[in-house]
Design a protein around this ligand. Sequence first.
Ligand SMILES: Nc1ncnc2c1ncn2[C@@H]1O[C@H](COP(=O)(O)OP(=O)(O)OP(=O)(O)O)[C@@H](O)[C@H]1O
Ligand SMILES: [Mg+2]
Length: 388
Amino acid sequence: MKKKVGVIFGGRSVEHEVSVITALQVMENIDHSKYEVIPIFINKEGKWFTGESLKDIKNFKNKTLSNLKEIIVTPIYKDNKLYIHPESKGLFGKKILESIDIFFPVMHGTYGEDGTLQGLLELLNVPYVGGGVLSSSVGMDKVLMKDVFKAHNLPMVNHMWFFRRRWHESREDILKEVEEKLEYPVFVKPANLGSSVGITKAKNTVELEDAIEIAIRYDRKIIVEQGIDKPREINIAVLGYDDKLKLSLCEEPLGWQEFLSYEDKYIKGDSKSGKGEKRQIPADISKDKIEKIQEIAKSAFMAIDCKGNARIDFLMDNDEKIYINEINTIPGSIAFYLWEPTGILFKDLISELIDIAEKTYAEKTENMYSYDVDLFKRKELANSATKI
Ligand SMILES: Nc1ncnc2c1ncn2[C@@H]1O[C@H](COP(=O)(O)OP(=O)(O)OP(=O)(O)O)[C@@H](O)[C@H]1O
Ligand SMILES: [Mg+2]
């Protein structure tokens, strides 16, 4: 009996389109002899839909998505399966129950890679692929992520951050603070985002002001980082859970100018890997650099208690000093191109991610979720202001 995999994609995110592309790759490459795909598309308003036309890129290109059923996901437990069903339309709306064995979030950015969707899936008590609530939310928020990495002594460039509200109240103070703490060039980023959206490199005060004006459109927290001039970028993926981890090959994105922009990643092109970006795999770096990057990548993955498959991005300066830049808990194309050269084909990567999700779900059931001391029987409780 094939397992039904609910592939969730789209969402209220500036990376909505990137998620659709990654999801179509996953739905195409999944092992169809073992799994049946149920596409679950979240539109930009946050409504959920299912339907076969969601499996074909042409329907997104030509805006010809059809026969979509709006659905709601509710915890109807029958023989331990979760069901999705259409928003029932009136008395005779026919309820079509579709059972799902496991969910596969293929979301990037807000409301999907940031712990919110993971929270819903936790409450629904179903197995799901990828990072949990904690690693997803910490991995998404670059300010929190850097605080955790700092606690683990991982090498990072200097940074500072502020609330959008403060910028509106005293922009002069912020500009002064940045110029006191950092040297130009600096990188200005929305704290919670991806795909380089809202990121700008600033070389002077005027550019810094413009950069902040761009970033505050996307988030209430803004991070400003010491920019490394003409760095080399090295990325690596980590697969697993707890401390049972595998490492992919390292890649070096190529062909970018000022920095790796959204256009470099998704519009300009290297058709070989099926993704826009030009890259070198394996990256041409020394063995000891590879080992250093592997070591930091594992520490970063475990530092946020991640599971599944994350891509960890590094920057290397002209003295070949290595800095961890960030972790992406649901990487574009689920970083299949970093695993294939290691012998883990796209199909196998997906199966392994589903196995990890089922294992870690099963492990959760070892927890006790009830503490039976019959507290309510304790009479004096009613009269005492008990600290709960
Ligand atoms: N401190 C820095 N110094 C030099 N270049 C930087 C720095 N920070 C970011 N960049 C450049 O900006 C790009 C995007 O930054 P970053 O990876 O933090 O953003 P992102 O939106 O999370 O991207 P994604 O999730 O798609 O990898 C990097 O790939 C790099 O080219
Ligand atoms: Mg990112």
